[in-house]
Structures are given as structure tokens and as C-alpha cells.
Design a protein around this ligand. Structure first.
Ligand code: ZN
Length: 489
């Protein structure tokens, strides 16, 4: 079976059918083409023939989970995304699949929703939907930061739930509260979320649209998450005999989606040693929340381990505690020496995890990270993708002196990415009051965390050079800052 992930799809149309204009609100062909013409297509086709029959069945189930998460992600980013997509598909069918609507479908896929990033970096709807709002679809439509902050100031006991990473914030209208209560009325969710049920009961007595409340993702997205639970359980059943630890992780993660508590899945993910497959499954990264930067958005990354490269890497990593202890800050933490790190080929990416991510380190939760460690996933078939590297190389050559034009190597990209991720692992993770950096820095936390990772990695490389484990020659080829590929934490 061959599966491909499209990372930035371009459909180059050679058919220029005589088409009338599209209905109001849909971008015309010329505008869509402006963006698609600047888009590069990359096809990832890792060879899955070495997988066992059970693992192949698990891959199919996990791709189903990915599709569910893709819809969830699009819906969480824009309230009209899924309806807009359906409308566009129907229009495309009705018109007989002309270039204009096919290109809009490609644009939708590229942007994972109905809002395009234009060439001058503006966000514009290309379908007849509302403009994008900072709270996306995880805060009440049209709510401002000021309104949320005023509410939190007068209801401080709600702060934790409203700013939690895996809750949706709603206005306490009779309709909203009744809908959430219906979800909890039947099945296991009511039992798992009794506190939420009691709170909803209270709100139902005095509904008030000025009051804000939070529902766990497990309740807000109960229907898709129940389907994801079923596919994850089926994937676990399929690999029970071939990879017991992977099966256990998948079962734990399936339950996490319903309990809205990721501890068991994160623990069995990070400490698990899997045979051939690995998967990032869940809502982890908060980049999409432009209101407070605290809500995690869902993604799936299905990965095939490169066993040889992983074994080599683990040997070379050495002890990290020495680097942690040398960092110029107080209150050092214990770092696990058997840090979970692997080199993978991406089989498919969905939702927040889709794109040209070169590497990931998870989980972000500092308590889980201290208890269980974190896992670093290096994506070899992105890092070594020739067309992506060619983009890096063009930027490099434009920016450096002729004498250094040949210094950038793929190995340099790989090392820089690896140590950037290790940089996330080490260093400060709480402020003086003991708050996590997400809570302390709110919408500045993501940018500062990325800067910290780069600084720690530069510090680590310098320390390793002093210790002799890294030679000056190894440090020479470096990725230029700000180039193509990106990190996902
Ligand atoms: Zn990073």
C-alpha cells in the first residue's frame, strides 16, 4: 500500500474552460491562481511494505483518525469551514469540475479552511464565509479579549477552565447549555465529566449570554472524538500481537480523548518503545489561538520509524544532564538520559500537524515532561526533501559571502533541528511563582519558547565543542535563520 501526504498542493490547470463568473463570495480563477502559482508540491511516499499485516491494518485505522481530526481542526479554526467546504464541493460537482472550483478546493486544502494567506500575508476568505476572528471557533463568535478579561476579573474561579488548553469557551445561552447537557445525558461522558454536568445544571437555571463557561473538548467534540476512539481501539487491536507497547499507547490515547486528560496517553507514548510505527495524536499546539494563545488545536502525524538512523542518533546523543546543569539559570531539573528520540518518515499528517514540520517535541505540559520525559520526532523525509532543501539553499546563497556558499549541507539542517528540539527539552519551564510559562507569558509564550530553544541549542553546541564532543568542522554547516521549514513547538 502506498500512501502519500500532500504538503502544499498545487493543481496546475491546463484546461481553461469558458466559464462564467462564480457566485458571489468565491474568489475568481485569477486570484486563486496568483497563490497556487507560488505553491510547491511535495509528495511523500514512504515504503510501507516492511510493515506486518497487523501494522498495515493499524495504518488504515489511524488514517481514519487523521481524517476525523482534519475535520475537527478545520471546524475549530472557523465556524463555517465545513459548511463552506461542502458548498464548494457541491458547486464543483454542479459545474462539472472546472479549473476555477478545483483550484478553490486546492486552496482550501492548502489553507486547511476557507481563509487564504495572500501573497502580501493578509488573511482573506475565498469562499462566502465570515472573515477570520482571533478566537477562531473555540471562543464565542465575536468575543473580544477585553470582554473575556473583564469576565475573568469578576469570576476568578472560572479562569482555569476558561483558559485551559483543551476547552471551548461559550456564552451561557439557554441553547448552548441545553446542547451540552444533551451530550452529557447519555453514555459514559456524563459519568466522566460530573463537575461539568453540575455546572451546566446551574447555568441552565439562569441562562445569561454575558456569562462565559468552558466545556472540555471531550464534550464539545463528543461525536467526532467517539468515532476517533473506535478507530484508535481498532488500530490497537490490529497491532496487539506485533507491537504491544504501541497498542497500549493507542488504547490510552483513545481513552484520553474521552476523559479530556492526556496523562495516561502521554506517559505511554513518551516512555513507550515502538517497533515500526509511531503517531502524534491529539490537541497539543496553541499557535492557532490568536485571542489568548492557550487553546491547543488537534493534529495527527503518522510516522514510520527509520530504525538504523534512530539507533545511530540515540548513540550520539549522550548525556544531556551535563548540558542542563551548565545552563545559566537556577533550579535545574533532572533530565532523563534515555530521552525518547527517533528519526521517522512521515506517512501522513493531518490538522495542526500538517505542513512541512521538520521536527516535534511533545508533550508541552511541564508536569508530564518532568514525570515521563518528552519525545522528539525528527521527520527525515521532510528534512531531506530535495526541493525543500533547495529553497533553503537559495536563501543561504543569497545571504552569505561567496566563500561560504557551499557550507550548507542537509546534515547541518538535521543537526540544527535536532538540537533546537533538545533546546525545548532543557532550560527554564516555570517562572519564580511556579507558574508554567504558558500561564505566565500567555500570548508571548510561543515566541519566547522558540527563542529559548535556539539559544539553548547554541549554548549546548558551544559546550559540546569545549568538551570536545563536537568539532569546529561539525559546527560549520548551519541552517540560515528564518528559512523554509519550521518547528512545531
Ligand atoms: Zn521549536
Amino acid at each position: 500500500m502506498r500512501i502519500f501526504a500532500l504538503v502544499g498542493v498545487t493543481v496546475v490547470s491546463t484546461v481553461l474552460a469558458a466559464q462564467g463568473p462564480l457566485p458571489q463570495g468565491y474568489w475568481p480563477e485569477s486570484k486563486t491562481q496568483e497563490i497556487l502559482a507560488k505553491t510547491q508540491t511535495i509528495r511523500l511516499t514512504p515504503d510501507l511494505s516492511s510493515l506486518t499485516a497487523g501494522e498495515q491494518r493499524a495504518v488504515k485505522e489511524l488514517l481514519q483518525v487523521g481524517a476525523i481530526f482534519q475535520d475537527w481542526y478545520e471546524d475549530a479554526r472557523h465556524p463555517q469551514a465545513l459548511a463552506g467546504r461542502r458548498g464548494l464541493q457541491q458547486l464543483d460537482d454542479r459545474l462539472g469540475h472546472p479549473a476555477s472550483t478545483r483550484d478553490l478546493l486546492a486552496l482550501y486544502r492548502l489553507n486547511q479552511g476557507p481563509i487564504a494567506v495572500t501573497l502580501d500575508n493578509k488573511r482573506e476568505p475565498f469562499l462566502p464565509v465570515d472573515p477570520q476572528v482571533p478566537g477562531r471557533n473555540v471562543y464565542p463568535s465575536g468575543v473580544t479579549r477585553e470582554e473575556v478579561e473583564a469576565f475573568l476579573a469578576s469570576h476568578p474561579d472560572t479562569r482555569e477552565a476558561i483558559l485551559a488548553e483543551r476547552t471551548v469557551v461559550r456564552r451561557a445561552t439557554a441553547e448552548n447549555v441545553a446542547r451540552d447537557r444533551r451530550v452529557l445525558a447519555n453514555g459514559p461522558l456524563g459519568l466522566l465529566h460530573q463537575g461539568v454536568a453540575r455546572e451546566l445544571e446551574r447555568l441552565a437555571r439562569t441562562p445569561d449570554p454575558k456569562v462565559l463557561y468552558a466545556v472540555p473538548y471531550a464534550v464539545a467534540y463528543a461525536e467526532p472524538l467517539t468515532r476517533a476512539y473506535e478507530h484508535l481501539t481498532a488500530a490497537a487491536d490490529a497491532v496487539d500481537r506485533d507491537d504491544e507497547e504501541l497498542a497500549r499507547y493507542l488504547r490510552n490515547r483513545a481513552r484520553d480523548l474521552l476523559t479530556n486528560d492526556y496523562e495516561s496517553g502521554d506517559a505511554s507514548w513518551v516512555t513507550g518503545r515502538f517497533k515500526h510505527l509511531n503517531a502524534q495524536l491529539g490537541a497539543y499546539e496553541t499557535y492557532d489561538d490568536a485571542l489568548f494563545g492557550v487553546k491547543a488545536f488537534p493534529g495527527v502525524s503518522l510516522l514510520l520509524e527509520n530504525e538504523q538512523a534512530t539507533a545511530d542518533l540515540r548513540r550520539r546523543m549522550g548525556a544531556l544532564q551535563g548540558i542542563e546543569d551548565a545552563l545559566p539559570y537556577e533550579h535545574h531539573k533532572r533530565v532523563r538520559d534515555d530521552i525518547s528520540v527517533g528519526v521517522y518518515d512521515v506517512i501522513a499528517d493531518f490538522g495542526q500537524a500538517r505542513g512541512t514540520n521538520t521536527a516535534t517535541i511533545l508533550p508541552n505540559d511541564p508536569l508530564f515532561a518532568r514525570r515521563y520525559g518528552r519525545t522528539i520526532l525528527l521527520r527525515r523525509n521532510i528534512l531531506e526533501e530535495p526541493d525543500l532543501f533547495a529553497v533553503d539553499l537559495r536563501v543561504w546563497r543569497a545571504a552569505v559571502a561567496e566563500a561560504n556558499a557551499g557550507d550548507l549541507a542537509i546534515e547541518g539542517d538535521f543537526q540544527r533541528t535536532l538540537w533546537h528540539e533538545v533546546g525545548h527539552y532543557l532550560g527554564v519551564d516555570r517562572d519564580k511563582q511556579g507558574r508554567t510559562l504558558d500561564a505566565a507569558l500567555e500570548d508571548f509564550s510561543d515566541a519566547l519558547e522558540e527563542m529559548k530553544a535556539d539559544l539553548v541549542s547554541l549554548f549546548a553546541l558551544a559546550a559540546m565543542q569545549r568538551a570536545g564532543s563536537v568539532t569546529p568542522a561539525m559546527l560549520a554547516p548551519r541552517r540560515p535563520p528564518g528559512s523554509g521549514a519550521s518547528c512545531s513547538t
